[in-house]
Design a protein around this ligand. Structure first.
Ligand SMILES: [Zn+2]
Length: 118
């Protein structure tokens, strides 16, 4: 499979939302469960690669699905790091009111420099 970096980044962003919603289901946080399921199904249709309907997902299957998507995410990100023509920029992030830290990250794929070197 040969995907363009832009397509991979789009998949990564979509997956991030799916993972966030699964986390909400597991932790019992965020919107009402039915709303979360609806959002999940919408995202899966946007993905266009999953036929299954998450409305019928059993409670015991949620954890597995969550872990599967985390694995997919790691795989996608690995591909992005390999294929992106990184453009690194420097930025300061606040870690406390009077302390900040310099970070270097790619403005295309948003991975930080250390992760891209691995
Ligand atoms: Zn990059």
């Amino acid at each position: 499979m040969n995907c363009s970096v832009e397509k991979l980044i789009k998949m990564k962003k979509l997956n991030e939302k799916i993972i966030f919603l699964f986390k909400n289901l597991i932790d019992g946080t965020g919107d009402a469960e039915e709303d979360i399921y609806n959002s999940l199904n919408d995202l899966l249709h946007e993905h266009g690669i999953f036929e299954e309907n998450f409305m019928n997902l059993k409670r015991s299957e949620i954890n597995n699905e969550y872990l599967t998507f985390i694995q997919i995410q790691m795989h996608i990100n690995k591909k992005i790091i390999e294929q992106c023509k990184h453009e690194f920029v420097e930025d300061d992030i606040d870690i406390s009111p009077d302390k900040s830290m310099k970070i270097v990250y790619c403005k295309i794929c948003e991975n930080n420099l250390d992760d891209c070197k691995k």
